[in-house]
Write a protein that binds this ligand. Structure first.
Ligand code: AP5
Length: 227
């Protein structure tokens, strides 16, 4: 299975990817995670990406495309993958189509995770991450102490806030989504790959909808989307 999870910041792409990984045993390929790792290790690439990330802007396509090419060439991606946060604009989508055509492994589906902005704002402001293991929490919906406990951190994670989850940066990220990423909805609808799910529900409910959507016929032109 080769799918893209498309959705605004905080729509739940990372949360749902983790469940897909457990269910389908294929890797989550998150450009955000790959970039944060590079920033953390202070690699050349990370140093070049950091300013854009901290400002809520997109990192330049050449950096992201290089990372994706390298990641999808790894053996664990042969059986499939979940693209989380990539592509982010039309140029990246076109480059992905060419790359997958070269590999002879086209996408099966693009899932749009539809959700209201007010819900996103609350989710992003409440998100916290364990500094040690990277597990994602939410002070409103999944605070520390939520099961299952992490084998590494037990029930006492050291929580930090992502620098780009500060209020002033969240606004910019949502703006960038509207201007640069939202056009992918029509791009993938025209390609016959788009499925739309409601991402504003309990995590398990969204997951049930998501797995059903993977096997559902593509969305057709003219169907209105919630904003
Ligand atoms: P990235 O890491 O991709 O961030 P994002 O797209 O902004 O998405 P998020 O990680 O914020 O949200 P999510 O949808 O994964 O939600 P989550 O599951 O965590 O990108 C970061 C930056 O890297 C970008 O701004 C850019 O600079 C750069 N970048 C990345 N990819 C790039 C690319 N391709 N090109 C250029 N630049 C790129 O959930 C959010 C919170 O809500 C959590 O606390 C979670 O617990 C909670 N939650 C999730 N689901 C539910 C639910 N159903 N009910 C209640 N709470 C929920």
């Amino acid at each position: 299975m080769r799918i893209v999870l498309l959705g605004a910041p905080g729509s739940g792409k990372g949360t749902q990817s983790q469940r897909l990984v457990e269910t389908y045993a294929i890797p989550q390929v998150s450009t955000g995670d790959l970039l944060r790792e590079a920033v953390g290790k202070k690699t050349d690439l990370g140093l070049r990406a950091k300013a854009a990330m901290d400002a809520g802007k997109l990192v330049e396509d050449s950096i992201v495309l290089g990372m994706i090419r390298e990641r999808l060439a790894q053996p664990d991606a042969e059986r499939g993958f979940i693209l989380d946060g990539f592509p982010r604009n039309i140029a990246q989508a076109e480059a992905l189509t060419l790359l997958l055509a070269d590999l002879g492994t086209p996408l099966d589906a693009v899932i749009l995770m539809n959700i209201d902005t007010a819900v996103l704002l609350k989710r992003l402001s409440g998100r916290r991450i364990c500094e040690d293991c990277g597990r994602v929490f939410n002070v409103f919906t999944s605070p520390p102490g939520s099961l299952p406990n992490c084998e590494r951190c037990g029930d006492k994670p050291r929580l930090i806030q992502r620098p780009d989850d500060k209020e002033e940066v969240i606004g910019k990220r949502l703006e960038v989504f509207e201007a640069q990423t939202k056009p992918l909805v029509e791009h993938y609808r025209a390609a016959g790959l788009l499925r739309v799910i409601n991402a504003d529900a309990e995590v398990e409910t969204v997951f049930v909808d998501l797995t059903a959507a993977v096997g559902r016929p593509a969305a057709v032109p003219g169907v209105a989307l919630r904003r």
